[in-house]
Design a protein. Sequence first.
Length: 256
Amino acid sequence: MNRVRGQTWHASPNHQVLIRIEVSDCYGFTRRTAFYRKFVGLLDECPVMASNRAKTAGQATQDWAICMGITNFSITYETEPRDRPLSAIRVHRAAGDPRRGWLTADGWTVPVALGRGGILANKREGDGGTPKGTFYPLQLWWRADRHTRPQTFLPARPIRPEDAWCEDPNDRHYNQPVRRTRGQAGDRLTRADHLYDFIVEIDHNSAPRVAGRGSAVFLHLARTNFSATAGCVSMTKSAMLRLLRRMWAQTQIIIG
């Protein structure tokens, strides 16, 4: 018989051992009941999202269990509700102004700026509309020269000086990230202002890409006066960081 953190288990092949790892901060692990040095060090990212980390930790735990003569065991992870990935966020227009809107996620709501053309079901290049539909985030782009990497479940990519976005429907790279030297056309991701300090790339017009159906539709930071965008959804920095902490690849972005 052995005792682990006040819970008793028997080192017997006929008994199941449950190792419970409680997490309050997906990246900081400020609270946890697991204390085995061999695999605590491996759990430095949220196991809900970092499946490779969870597999590694699971292998370490399996090694420990075999050492103890245990063949039937499981591991469960628990996160507090405020730390769990969002299943969906919803964006809808504000009453009285089609260029303003509200973003709602898990009970909290923040103001956003929309495209100058409002929310449009039939988005076209250059119409200034924010596309109506359900989309998914692909990755985060951020200005690493201005900010540390924010907490997020999304893949994150630092913005380089040559990074841009192709908005030419006649170009084979239409609605894709490209590299541009000084003087070449394209929506530059490195800006003097702060609008693109954080960009969430979404899968609008991406699979398949259709020429003229819109490009460079992002979630990004808003101007101080919340003026209309060219079709993106923009918000304050604090709202963006709060959203990023719980956004993952399966979060639905429902616009309209």
